[in-house]
Ligand binder design. Sequence first.
Ligand SMILES: [Zn+2]
Length: 125
Amino acid sequence: MFDNDYFTEEELSCRCCGKLHFSNDTMRRLIRVRVRFNKPMVVTSGYRCPAHCAKIGSTMTHTTGQAVDVSVAGGRAYELLGIAIEEGFTGIGVKQHGPHGGRFLHLDDLEPIQGERTRPTVWSY
Ligand SMILES: [Zn+2]
């Protein structure tokens, strides 16, 4: 799965414990986006274990191995957003205020979960 030129196991692993469970389908989708984007995509968060999610107070989307946060801002964020939607990412989180270094897009391809928001969907932080 990680035999590719774009993403490393290290950047997709849980920041607290180094565990990594990542979906093959999501990885392939991410690579398709990266090839079309044709610029570096710095992943600030990939897989997160449940304990790490609880500690930082985030939703559990990252525990599925179907979600990444990509450091990106401004015009590049606009471009990446369009490509991600076209390639089938169904959950888009937008953090585009504050210093550019802290801006990112969350991309995931989760299926709709009963009782949760319908997908595709977009939200802001
Ligand atoms: Zn962890």
